[in-house]
Design a protein around this ligand. Structure first.
Ligand code: FAD
Length: 457
């Protein structure tokens, strides 16, 4: 019996090869796949299955080893890097979506990996807690996907990325064994930390089935404000000064002039800020410090309107694309990177210089929204004529500029099929080490379909 027949026998009506169903699973939100779809260039997976239990996942993985097919885990499908595209068998993990425990003494939550972030967050909010991990894809994304892409939320400057939240994981390994990564969930341990095989693993090392994550009490006092200034680079360095002084606002967003104009209709560099604390007097002293600093640096306070607009519209990206971009007959992609402070101005300028030289590139805009003591993440949106050759020219150029100017090829979106060609350069000699680990864990190459450079599609 072939593997498709076997899966059909086992999963029954939770197995499908129906073309209409496969169309819903052939891609994630990679802008190139979206563009290809408009041109009818679609690569369907062979089948999709919807397991309801961990035992069914174990069975699936063991069967893949026996009958040799590739598995692609599917979370919310909101990835933007082509980690999901075609393939043998898609496993939709959203049937495993239970919230298993909220521990208010030790401040953690245990969930199944297919649980939607939004549902977890809303449940926690009802109890007075929060994950404080709110990416722009908040309504679409599930826990396993967030972990597997090393995702970053809008409150990152205070709370960090998903790697700062995951305490322990249960995983089904590529041979079908199941294990927690650590017997006891602890705040920290000095015994080998295996979480990073799965944080950013993009389904290469198996399937995450459960996660234990930190929770925070919802802060009682929140202050928001907006400012304008004239210089994007200077504005970011002011934030570095705040951080150096030990002040970590939860949300900081700095839009360069191009993006301020397009998104908010304002002239200048727009700065949005949210500070949150549990104690009013601490919040007041931070507000005082921030206001003094900003006034001293020539920032103009413009009130809450812009930040309220952002808070209201921040999850509306898909509508923006449909309403504003599609009528122009242009297309888009976003390029996320991170870089040390010393290298940031150069990298920022070089991306503009090099990309604007390319034929077919119409507009670039940028913002920064994740800040560290050591550096900054930059996020460029590029608008161009919808042509695959132009698309790859943009990426070739951007990746070259980033790698030659001290940046990472991705700060929070990951690699997928989009960036796999440049992973080798980024990881340098350790790339071979990664590949050896992968080969020794996944002997029959059941996972990792999206990082195979030799794949033809
Ligand atoms: C409009 C929009 C805004 C976005 N904003 C942000 C943002 O602010 N910050 C950010 O970080 N990202 C953002 N993204 C990118 C994307 O949402 C994130 O990368 C997200 O983490 C993907 O989660 P998902 O559940 O949709 O995963 P999917 O797209 O389903 O999968 C992502 C990867 O994880 C693997 N995977 C999924 N579940 C598992 C599992 N249980 N075990 C092992 N592997 C698994 C998949 O095989 C794939 O490789 C945005 C995307 C969109 C479309």
């Amino acid at each position: 019996m072939g593997y498709l027949d076997e899966l059909k026998r086992f999963f029954g009506d939770r197995f499908s090869q129906d073309e209409e169903v496969l169309m819903l699973y052939w891609r994630d939100y990679w802008p190139l796949s979206l563009l290809e779809e408009t041109k009818g260039k679609v690569i369907l997976p062979k089948a999709v299955v919807w397991p309801k239990s961990i035992d069914e996942i174990i069975y699936l993985v063991k069967t893949a080893n026996k009958l040799r097919f590739k598995i692609t885990p599917y979370g919310g499908g909101s990835g933007v890097i082509g980690a999901i595209k075609g393939g043998d068998v898609i496993v939709d993990l959203r049937g495993l979506n239970k919230i298993l425990e909220v521990n208010e003494e030790d401040f953690y939550i245990m969930v199944e990996a297919g649980a939607y972030l939004k549902e977890i967050e809303e449940y926690l909010n009802s109890l007075g807690y929060t994950l404080r991990h709110i990416p722009q894809s908040y309504p679409e994304t599930v826990i396993g996907g967030l972990i597997s892409t090393l995702s970053m939320g809008q409150y990152s400057t205070k709370y960090g990325g998903i790697e700062n939240m995951v305490l322990n994981l249960e995983v089904v390994l590529p041979n079908g064994d199941i294990t927690w990564l650590r017997k006891n969930t602890v705040p920290r341990s000095a015994i080998q930390d295996l979480r990073f095989l799965f944080l950013g693993g993009e389904g290469k090392f198996g399937i995450i089935t459960k996660a234990i994550l930190k929770i925070h009490p919802i802060p009682r006092f929140i202050w928001k404000n907006s400012y304008l200034c004239d210089d994007f680079i200077q504005a970011n360095y002011i934030i570095r000064d705040l951080i150096r002084s030990g002040i970590y606002p939860a949300v900081i967003r700095i839009y360069d002039k191009n993006e301020s104009q397009i998104r908010f209709g304002v002239d200048g560099v727009l700065i949005l800020l949210i500070v949150e604390e549990h104690d009013k007097s601490i919040l007041d002293s931070i507000i005082n410090y921030v206001n003094n600093k900003f006034v001293e640096c020539g920032f103009k306070e413009i009130g809450e309107k812009p930040i309220d607009k952002w808070l209201k519209n921040r999850f509306n990206t898909i509508n923006e694309i449909i309403n504003y971009l599609i009528p122009t007959n242009l297309w888009f992609d976003t390029i996320d990177t991170a870089v040390l402070w010393s290298k940031f101005p150069n990298l920022y300028k070089k991306i503009y210089q090099e990309l604007m030289k390319l034929k077919g590139v119409k507009y670039i805009m940028s913002h920064s929204s994740h800040f560290y003591l050591n550096g900054i993440s930059l996020y460029f949106t590029v608008i161009y004529e919808p042509d695959e050759k132009i698309y790859w020219k943009i990426w070739d150029t951007a990746m070259r500029v980033i790698l030659n100017n001290g940046g990472t090829i991705s700060h929070h979106h990951g690699s997928g099929r989009l960036r796999r060609r440049w992973v080798k350069t980024e990881l340098n000699n350790s790339y071979k080490f990664l590949k050896r680990i992968q080969a020794s864990i996944d002997v029959n190459k059941v996972f990792g379909g999206n990082d195979d450079e030799n794949e033809e599609f």
